[in-house]
Each structure stands twice: as structure tokens, then as C-alpha cells.
Design a protein around this ligand. Structure first.
Ligand code: NIG
Ligand code: FE
Length: 414
């Protein structure tokens, strides 16, 4: 297929801007009541009201025509934060958590992330690929067309590289665009429990140089948290990664306010993740430094924590993006529709703000804003058809996915 015309759709898309959308522009969305989108070789060439698009097209230009029958058409979701490369499930841990054991207690006792590390070390590269593929394809069914995937269940050079190769294979063998993040600083491995600085040294002197030499991760992320990596250790790791050409992200103030958001603003990182406990002062510093807040409401839901203060962040002009955090522990979901619903219902974002958060601002946080995240001429024709009149259906029709068709570069993939 060379060119395709999608007509008779209610189209909604964030409006591109030279910077991530924040404050009053966080909800900057355009819509076409009876819209059409025309793409050629996977790239959007025209989008607008159907009569305008048709006027600019001659019939011999159109190889294929799809009547969307009045359904809603939005950009494919960009999920900018996942740990979807894993080999195990942790259902027993979930039962402990809902009975009251805190998430960080489980990690301290050698479970949690560390039990996933055990499973990933044991799995063959093919097994790890198959398990990752299953979850990535379910994300695609649910409308995710661009995804970030972190390593971080290896915690030694060899196993981290194994994870990164698996993620690269996902990039090659699925239709999704995949951003790859090295997260050796996800937990302190058991062998280094008494001497975490030694593990930090290993990451700085061995892992980061090896990974950067192979060029298989564009980002580096750190879990900056009480009992995991301190602000000082996180800074040292992220500065080393930056020296080796990686872009930075940080799990900041997920459980305790230890100053992760402040560090994000100081470095600065592209994004800071979670921010459930971040202070007002540090959010202001993030706004000033232009750091994107990647909010993960499904994790707050699963950890039964108060949601991040999305409204306050928008008031302070921190750009907000939304992600699943898909992982076997703190939050097991591949569903961006679920995240969308939580953002609207429980974080009180407007439908337009959540649409920007699940698409364009996520793309910004992955440095892919020129390619995906909105339905602009020149971008990839990555889009979804929803069973509903507007993106509000993503919150309205709860507990199911209203996504009934997924297109990547103009081709139906789910
Ligand atoms: O973002 N907080 C650290 N990492 C993940 C959880 C990973 C896991 O529990 O396996 C998170 O919540
Ligand atoms: Fe995470």
C-alpha cells in the first residue's frame, strides 16, 4: 500500500508546539467533526475537515480508502515509561501488598525487583523475548504505538546487556517504535547489599561504558529512593551516563520525598517519573528547568497511594506526560486506556490534557516529538480508531478498551 485515505472520522489531535505542552497549553487539542486523514508511505500528508482534504486530492492519488463510519480517530498512544521486559509474574507479592506489607519492605527483604532479577537471570534470551513480546503485543492491541522499555532486572553487566538485546529485538520484530533505557540502577543487587557504593562504581566504570560502546541504549534511568539509590549516588550515575552520550530520566520521589525532583531539575533530566511525594518547591524547580513529569497513575492505584498532584503541576507549568509503568511488581498493566481513565477520573485532568499526556508529551519525553505524538503533516500515520464520539470514551467506558483498530505508519496492525 502506498497511499490511504481515512474519511468520515471525528479527529482529535494535540497541537504541535516548539516545546512540550504545559500550563494552559497542556490541553491544546484540535478537532475535526467530519474529518479525514490522508497518508502516503506511512507519513501524514493531509489532515482536516473531510471536504477540505477531498478538495485537495485527486482520485488517482488514493490507493485505498477507509470509511471510519463516524468513529473517533486519535494519535497512537506513546507510553514513555515501562519495565515490560520481564520473565516472571509476582502474584504472591501482590497478595502480600494488598494485605498490608509495604512495597519497599518486600524489596528490602530480597523480594520485589530482586525476585524479578532472579527470574530474568534464569531465563534464556529467547524465553525473555517471548515473555516481553506477549506483553508488548497486548500494549499494541490497547493502542500503544510507541513505547519506552527499560532494562533493570539484570543488575550485572551480562544480564543487563541480555535485556537490552531483547528490547532491541522487540524494536526490530514488532511494528512499534521502541525507546531503550538502561536502568542498572533499579535496585542494589543482593551481592552488594553491604556495599552499595561498590555497585555504583561498577555501573559507572563498567556497565555504562560497555553499553554506550555498543550503542544499545539511548537513555539512562535511576530509582532514586530511600533505601535504593541516594540523591548523591543517582547524580553520580546520571552524570556518568550523560558523559557517555545517554539522555537522562529519573524515578523521583515515588514513595518518599528525598529530593529526586530537585536533582532532575539540577541536571536537568528530560523527564522525572512518579513524583507522588515531590514537594511544591521542587516541582517549581522542574517547571523552571523544563523537566517533563511522567505521571504513572496506575502505579498509585496499584500501590494504593495518593495520586501525583497533576492539577498543581499543570498550574505550575510542568509539562505532564502519562505512562503505564508496566512491570510485574508495583503496577501490572499494559493499558494506556486505563491510565487515561485514571488521569481523568482520579487526577482530575481534562480529557484534552490527558490526550496530550498520553501522546504528544510522551513523545517529547522520548525525544520523538518530530515523528509521533500528534496527527500533523510530516509525522508518521500512527493512529487509533475508538468506539466513541470523542476521547472522553477512554474514561467513560471504564474497564474495557474502546480502541478497536490500531494503525502504524498507515497500516492496520491490530
Ligand atoms: O517504577 N520503582 C521502581 N521501579 C518500578 C517497579 C519495578 C518492580 O517492582 O518490578 C516502578 O514502580
Ligand atoms: Fe518505573
Amino acid at each position: 500500500m502506498i497511499s490511504a485515505l481515512f474519511r468520515n472520522a471525528v479527529i482529535y489531535s494535540p497541537v504541535d508546539s516548539p516545546v512540550p505542552l504545559s500550563g494552559v497549553t497542556q490541553g491544546h487539542v484540535t478537532s475535526y467533526k467530519k474529518g479525514a486523514l490522508f497518508c502516503k508511505n506511512g507519513i501524514i500528508e493531509k489532515v482536516g475537515e473531510e471536504e477540505d482534504v477531498l478538495r485537495q486530492l485527486s482520485s488517482d492519488e488514493v490507493d485505498m480508502e477507509v470509511n471510519c463510519e463516524g468513529s473517533c480517530l486519535i494519535p497512537g498512544f506513546v507510553d514513555p515509561h515501562t519495565h515490560i521486559c520481564f520473565a516472571d509474574r509476582r502474584e504472591q507479592e501482590f497478595s502480600l501488598r494488598i494485605a498490608g506489607t509495604p512495597y519497599l519492605e518486600i524489596l528490602k527483604a530480597g523480594g520485589g525487583i530482586l525476585s524479578s532479577v532472579h527470574a530474568v537471570k534464569k531465563a534464556s534470551e529467547d524465553e525473555l523475548f517471548e515473555s516481553t513480546l506477549t506483553h508488548v503485543l497486548s500494549a499494541l492491541e490497547l493502542g500503544t504505538t510507541t513505547i519506552e522499555i527499560k532494562s533493570g532486572y539484570g543488575l550485572d553487566t551480562e544480564t543487563e546487556l541480555k535485556m537490552l538485546r531483547v528490547i532491541q529485538r522487540i524494536r526490530k520484530e514488532t511494528p512499534l517504535d521502541v525507546a531503550i533505557t538502561f536502568m542498572g540502577a533499579h535496585a542494589v543487587p543482593k551481592e552488594y547489599k553491604e556495599n552499595p557504593d561498590e555497585y555504583v562504581r561498577l555501573m559507572i566504570e563498567e556497565m555504562i561504558p560497555a553499553i554506550s560502546q555498543q550503542g544499545i541504549a539511548e537513555f539512562c534511568d535511576v530509582f532514586c529512593e530511600e533505601g535504593v539509590f541516594s540523591v548523591g549516588q543517582s547524580r553520580a550515575i546520571l552524570e556518568a551516563a550523560r558523559k557517555h552520550g545517554m539522555k537522562l530520566r529519573i524515578h523521583a520521589d515515588e514513595v518518599h520525598d528525598i529530593g529526586g525532583a530537585k536533582l532532575a531539575a539540577e541536571l536537568p533530566t528530560i523527564s522525572a517519573e512518579h513524583l507522588l511525594a515531590a514537594s511544591e518547591e521542587n516541582l517549581k524547580a522542574m517547571a523552571h528547568a523544563g523537566v517533563i513529569a511522567n505521571l504513572l497513575p496506575a502505579t498509585a492505584y496499584s500501590l494504593r497511594k495518593p495520586y501525583a498532584s497533576a492539577r498543581r503541576m499543570i498550574e505550575l507549568s510542568v509539562p505532564v506526560a502519562l505512562a503505564t509503568d508496566c512491570n510485574p511488581g508495583s503496577c501490572f498493566t499494559e493499558s494506556m486506556p486505563f491510565v487515561f481513565g485514571l488521569a481523568v477520573m482520579n487526577m482530575h485532568m481534562t480529557v484534552e490534557e490527558a490526550l496530550v499526556g498520553t501522546t504528544l508529551n510522551g513523545a517529547w519525553s522520548l525525544g520523538m516529538e518530530k515523528k509521533v505524538g500528534s496527527l500533523s503533516v510530516g509525522k508518521q500515520a500512527d493512529f487509533l480508531l475508538l468506539d466513541g464520539e470523542s476521547p472522553a470514551v477512554l474514561a467513560y467506558h471504564a474497564g474495557v478498551s474502546p480502541v478497536f483498530a490500531v494503525y502504524k505508519k498507515g497500516v492496520r496492525v491490530a
